[in-house]
Design a protein around this ligand. Structure first.
Ligand code: ATP
Length: 374
């Protein structure tokens, strides 16, 4: 790879190629080599991919900062005179879809080409038409629904999985479309998008954001991303339900998730409680739910290991047999231990239920159950 050329094209603040490419990994997909930045460095996002053969850079999706209080979090994040757009944040899996050498590929956040997501995106989205007119754009999508290889959150009306386009960016520079332009473009191609709650000046945006969060919380949904109208500045804020759901997930596999993961969710909930839960009954209810989301899943995990059951993340996927086979290879290449729970045909599709085995949790729980000491 001509590192000097890519240093320049990436517009990085790094002075030498070594600084930028300190964390670069060489991977190969369908016989084509690509290089992936595995950590954010000098203004270049993690998951940025360079496909030298096609002279293509697919920029990583930027990390979105989070506010812990709406007031004054929202007005202080945005500039006076800006318009804040309130959009739903969906709980699924981030995919970047870009045409490389004319071929649409779906990249995961960490820069792998996922064969399953690529296959589904080609089946379900009018990619040919889109990339014929916009070959140098990246569609940033959330893959949502109960049947994906990476997330399982249920959404009303989504039986298996669907794509929601939440951003369209320049493939190489990562420059976004303005929110209204992107929403118009997606409508033109029939791409489904996250719900838009409204727009407000920064000083007036706290009330509508809080109303959106309360509505989303009641519906068991994740939260919002607030965006400046030009699409450049993004900040996120999530619901109580989401905090508790993520804690329940972490404690269902207690020795596979770092302490930071758990602590950060408790911190989010505490700041939200301090801002939202004016009365004691409300705080008590939250405290109760928080405790349940910690204790119950962990006790279930201990009992499951005791009963000899496999613990891990369970997923169902469906698609043509070849794509499902490629997905299994892809997951195994990432050193995941995959246990197959059911493998059947439905309407010509292969439907696979599998578990990503949580080996650390399984082994530690077994050790303590056998009387091991800490
Ligand atoms: P990071 O902290 O790097 O942003 P993370 O993996 O912790 O990443 P999340 O907390 O899930 O990510 O928040 C960012 C992700 O939210 C985006 O990468 C995107 O996949 C997802 N997302 C869902 N809906 C939207 C939306 N409307 N606008 C922007 N991002 C969205």
């Amino acid at each position: 790879m001509d590192r000097d050329e890519y240093l320049e094209r990436l517009g990085t603040t790094a002075e030498t190629p070594e600084d930028l490419f300190e964390h670069v990994e060489e991977r190969s997909t369908a016989g084509r080599t690509h290089y992936v930045l595995t950590a954010a460095r000098h203004g270049v996002e993690r998951g940025t991919v360079i496909v030298e053969e096609a002279e293509t850079i697919v920029r990583g999706y930027p990390s979105i900062p989070r506010i812990l209080v709406l007031d004054p979090g929202v007005p202080s994040f945005f500039e006076d005179g800006e318009t804040v757009v309130i959009e739903e944040k969906l709980d699924g899996f981030n995919v970047r879809i870009a045409a490389v050498g004319g071929e649409p590929l779906a990249f995961t956040r960490s820069g792998y080409v996922c064969p399953y997501t690529t296959g589904r995106a080609r089946d379900r989205l009018p990619l040919e038409a889109f990339f014929a007119t916009h070959p140098e754009k990246t569609l940033c999508a959330e893959l949502v629904g109960p049947e994906t290889p990476y997330s399982t959150h249920d959404y009303e009306g989504v039986d298996t999985h669907e794509f929601r386009i939440f951003d369209v960016r320049d493939r190489e520079t990562g420059a976004p479309f303005a929110v209204d332009d992107r929403r118009g473009l997606c409508e033109e191609y029939g791409f489904a998008q996250p719900r838009l709650f409204g727009r407000a000046a920064p000083a007036d945006a706290v009330g509508p954001t809080r109303a959106a969060i309360e509505e989303l919380d009641a519906a068991g949904r994740e939260g919002v991303v607030l965006k400046s109208a030009d699409g450049e500045r993004l900040v996120k804020y999530t619901t109580e339900t989401q905090h508790h759901e993520e804690l329940a997930y972490a404690f269902s596999l207690p020795f596979d998730h770092g302490r930071d993961f758990v602590f950060s969710r408790i911190v989010r909930d505490a700041f939200q409680a301090a801002e939202f839960d004016a009365d004691d009954d409300r705080l008590e209810e939250r405290a109760h739910d928080l405790g349940e989301s910690i204790l119950r899943p962990m006790v279930s995990a201990i009992r499951a290991v005791e009963a000899g059951e496999t613990i891990g993340e369970r997923h169902t996927v469906r698609g043509d047999p070849e794509t499902i086979g490629a997905l299994l290879d892809h997951l195994r290449e990432q050193s995941l231990t995959v246990g197959l729970e059911s493998d059947r045909r439905e309407d010509g599709e292969r439907v696979l239920e599998f578990v990503k085995v949580a080996e650390s949790s399984r082994d530690r729980i077994r050790y303590y159950l056998d009387g091991g000491t800490r």
